[in-house]
Unconditional design. Structure first.
Length: 215
C-alpha cells in the first residue's frame, strides 16, 4: 500500500502563524506550513499543530494548557500514520515565570523527541522520522509588548544558545536537526514572531530539509 507522506508540525505561535502587526493569524498560504505544503507538492500532507504560548514540557501557571508534553501523545495517535514529526518549541520557555536555562529548555525538547520516537508510527508500523528544530532568535525585545514577559536581557542571550544545545540533543537521540535562526528572523514589531517574508524563507528551508529526510 502506498501512503501519503504525512508530516506533523508541532510548535507554538510561529507555527500557528501569529501576525505581530495585526495580532491575528496569517492566512494558510502565508504561514511556513503553507509554504512547505506548496513547495513539496502532491504526495505530502502537512498537519499544522501550532498553539500560542506552547512550551516544551512546562506547565504554565497563568495561561494553563500550554504544556507541549501533555498533548503530544494524543496528537501522535490521532494523526497517525506519520512519516515525519517536526518539533519546533522553546521560545515560550524563555518567559520569566519559568526561570529556565537554555540547557534546561533543550532538555524539554529532548523529552518531546523521545515521546515522538516511542509513540509515533508510520503506515508500515515503524517510528516516524523526527526533525528537531531550534527556534528563531529573540530580537530586540526591550521595546516590545513582550519585553517584561520575556525578560529582555536574558531571553536574547539564551535564545542564542538554543542551536548548539538542540543540535547536541539531536545527535544524542539520532534524529534530524535544523536551526531555524539560520533562515528566518523575528519581526522588528515584537521581536518574537516572524512576518510573512520570514515565514516564506523558513517554509522553503523546511521543504529542502524534508526532501532530504523523506523525499
Amino acid at each position: 500500500m502506498v501512503c501519503l507522506k504525512n508530516i506533523l508540525c508541532y510548535g507554538d505561535s510561529n507555527t500557528w502563524g501569529y501576525n505581530a502587526a495585526t495580532k491575528d493569524r496569517f492566512p494558510a498560504h502565508a504561514r511556513w506550513t503553507g509554504v512547505l505544503s506548496r513547495e513539496l507538492g502532491p504526495g505530502y500532507k502537512i498537519i499544522e499543530e501550532g498553539l500560542n504560548g506552547r512550551t516544551t514540557v512546562w506547565n504554565d501557571p497563568i495561561e494553563g494548557y500550554k504544556n507541549g508534553k501533555d498533548y503530544l501523545i494524543p496528537c501522535l495517535e490521532s494523526q497517525r500514520p506519520l512519516d515525519l514529526v517536526i518539533i519546533m518549541l522553546g521560545t515560550n520557555d524563555l518567559k520569566k515565570r519559568f526561570s529556565l536555562s537554555a540547557f534546561d529548555i533543550s532538555e524539554g525538547a529532548r523529552v518531546l523527541v523521545e515521546i515522538a520516537m516511542r509513540n509515533g508510527e508510520d503506515c508500515n508500523g515503524n517510528p516516524p522520522k523526527i526533525l528537531l528544530v531550534s527556534p528563531i532568535l529573540v530580537g530586540d525585545i526591550y521595546q516590545s509588548q513582550w519585553g517584561e514577559l520575556f525578560d529582555y536581557e536574558n531571553s536574547i542571550e539564551r535564545s542564542k544558545k538554543f542551536a548548539s544545545y538542540y543540535k547536541s540533543k539531536a545527535e544524542e537521540l539520532g534524529c534530524e536537526f535544523m536551526n531555524a535562526a539560520e533562515y528566518a528572523d523575528p519581526s522588528p514589531i515584537d521581536a518574537i514572531h516572524m512576518d510573512a517574508s520570514e515565514h516564506k524563507k523558513l517554509g522553503e528551508a523546511f521543504a529542502k530539509k524534508v526532501k532530504e529526510i523523506i523525499g
